[in-house]
Design a protein around this ligand. Structure first.
Ligand code: NAP
Length: 520
């Protein structure tokens, strides 16, 4: 029997009483560890986080909590090698892909530690100046934001077990809100190990960080009106969460990051040999292959002027042909595996559905895997699809295949291209490629309404831009409509979710005393 990982709730490590679910190596098929949450006293777990964790965190100022984040980042940094090993074993990722998850999480904590330090030794955030409610300003209104007096429940997806926790935890802890995280079962090991290291280092107050691995059963039933829930995962589970009584009856605040059919668009008037086209081809190939395409922000649709359809297909295919796929432990491998054989089957199913309406412009499925058994390993090879009927092929705008798959779509003129981009019904990100600053700015303004982030690539930033799919803590992460309607990161904007806004109406001397006070 493999090790049964413990949960950390009510301030202590507790193992489930059931047999547990096995976490597997997706390349070798071997069992690694098990997780289980059977028999945990969830009511006590949630109460301890709210009472002990919340109280201790709220007693600190923003600057003090920012120091906690820096301490957490330092603990994680000191165990980084172990996280790389776990990622290779449990997520099947090559080193560069692990870096996005592990180092991306540490970087995000570091950024919030810096921004939080600048907030200083206060215990609430001001929201605008006082305004008069009576003649001569004798009675005024001032808005402030205070940490919510509940906990934050995080229900996370399998593709970012490291970053997925810390990108949410950094603004929550900085806000003074305790966390209970439930990682996706398939890759829960890395999250559990990171939490274990942070708890054992003793850098956070008891109750500030708890982890429950295994089934999600009963978690939502524990939520109370001042709690918040932040979910990342499929639209189907998101709908279940949104319809739970905690959300519908008790107004538990809910942030949803769901799937998204993101696009990249090449503006018109670019020749086959243009730098803009080359930059797009490179970015599409990168987005298809980083983390084997298991990024919620990955490019799924590529919109290109009709005249460049063939040129771009060839340029992307030439990049994809250089990608070797297989065992991530092997030096020459660029792309490892999907997180599980279940995901492999789901990706093949989705790909076959798209293939019924599109052509394969590049099909890597015939290439051999490096040092991996195709009957066991969850290694998917990249496939570039295309259709000359982007209007009639509804599926390519609706279905996200969560793997190394993208579809090339030709447009007649820019108006048509932008209309096709909007057919994603709300996405996390789109990217634009071109050389004309005015035309790019106008297109960015058009697409902002249905995209949480618009990433514009011109030749002058060709080597410097942060990448279509990379989520930077400085920028908003989240998108409207089918992307879930969520809003994460974006610097200190992320703190809004964990704060309550209140208008204090009083005489000026009361409001001045409030502004000067360190506590509320
Ligand atoms: P999923 O099946 O919805 O699972 C996500 C999480 O929800 C897991 O922790 C899962 O636990 C839990 N869960 C499942 N059923 C639940 C229920 N009834 N109540 C409460 N929690 C429940 O999603 P997935 O297939 O793992 O994730 C892939 C999807 O996530 C992709 O579509 C991708 O686009 C999306 N995603 C979005 C973002 C973003 O930031 N927008 C980021 C990453 C991924 P178990 O694992 O134990 O089932």
């Amino acid at each position: 029997m493999t090790e049964l990982l413990a949960n950390h709730v009510a301030g202590r490590w507790q193992t489930g009483t059931g047999p547990g679910s096995a976490l597997l190596d997706p390349v070798l098929g071997t069992e690694l560890v098990r997780v289980d949450a059977t028999g945990l006293d969830l009511a006590a777990a949630f109460a301890f986080a709210r009472d002990a964790g919340g109280k201790a965190l709220r007693a600190m100022s923003y600057a003090q909590r920012a120091r906690l984040l820096a301490d957490v980042a330092a603990v994680l940094q000191s165990h980084r090698d172990a996280y790389y090993e776990i990622s290779t074993a449990n997520s099947g990722t090559v080193k560069d892909d692990t870096a996005v998850d592990v180092d991306g999480g540490i970087y995000t904590l570091g950024q919030y530690a810096r921004w939080g330090a600048a907030l200083g030794d206060t215990r609430h955030l001001d929201d605008g100046a006082a305004v008069a409610l009576a003649k001569e300003g004798v009675f005024q209104s001032r808005h402030l934001q205070v940490p919510t007096r509940g906990l934050a429940l995080f229900i996370n997806a399998f593709n970012f077990p490291g970053w997925g926790l810390w990108e949410k935890a950094a603004p929550a802890l900085l806000s003074g809100v305790p966390i209970i995280v439930k990682p996706a079962t398939a890759t829960a090991w890395l999250t559990q190990r990171m939490v274990r290291d942070v708890i054992e280092a003793g850098v956070l107050p008891p109750g500030a960080l708890s982890i429950i691995c295994g089934s999600s059963a009963g978690l939502l039933d524990q939520l109370q009106p001042m709690d918040v829930v932040s979910f990342t995962g499929s639209a189907a589970t998101a709908a279940t969460i949104r319809s739970h009584a905690a959300v519908t009856r008790d107004s538990v605040r809910c942030n949803i990051e769901a799937d998204s059919v993101n696009c990249a668009l090449l503006l018109p008037s670019h020749a086959a040999a243009s730098e803009a086209l080359a930059l797009l081809a490179r970015e599409v190939a990168r987005e298809m292959t980083v983390k084997s395409g298991q990024k919620c922000t990955a490019i799924r649709r590529v919109l290109v002027p009709q005249a460049q359809y063939d040129d771009l297909a060839q340029a992307i295919a030439a990049q994809l042909a250089k990608t070797s796929v297989g065992n991530p432990r092997h030096e020459g491998v660029h792309m490892g595996s999907l997180v599980s054989r279940v995901q492999y089957d789901t990706v093949q199913q989705g790909l076959n559905q798209l293939l019924a309406h599109t052509d394969a412009l590049y099909d890597g499925r015939q290439s051999p895997l490096v040092d991996a058994d195709p009957a066991i390993a969850a290694c998917a090879r990249p496939v570039l699809l295309g259709t000359r009927d982007p209007d009639g092929c509804a599926l390519v705008h609706d279905m996200e295949v969560f793997g190394p798959v993208a579809t090339l779509l030709p447009y007649r003129d820019l108006e048509h291209g932008l209309a096709l981009a909007h057919r994603g019904q709300g996405s996390l990100v789109c990217s634009l490629y071109g050389e004309d600053a005015g035309a790019l700015a106008a297109a960015a303004g058009e697409l902002a309404a249905s995209h949480g982030r618009v990433h514009v690539v011109t030749p002058d930033v060709g080597k410097l831009h942060t990448g279509h799919g990379n989520v930077m803590p400085q920028s908003l992460h989240g998108g409207p409509g089918r992307a879930g309607g969520g809003a994460e990161l974006g610097g200190l904007r992320a703190l809004d979710f964990y704060h309550r806004k209140s208008a204090i109406q009083a005489a000026p001397q009361v409001l001045q005393a409030l502004a000067q006070s360190a506590g509320v």
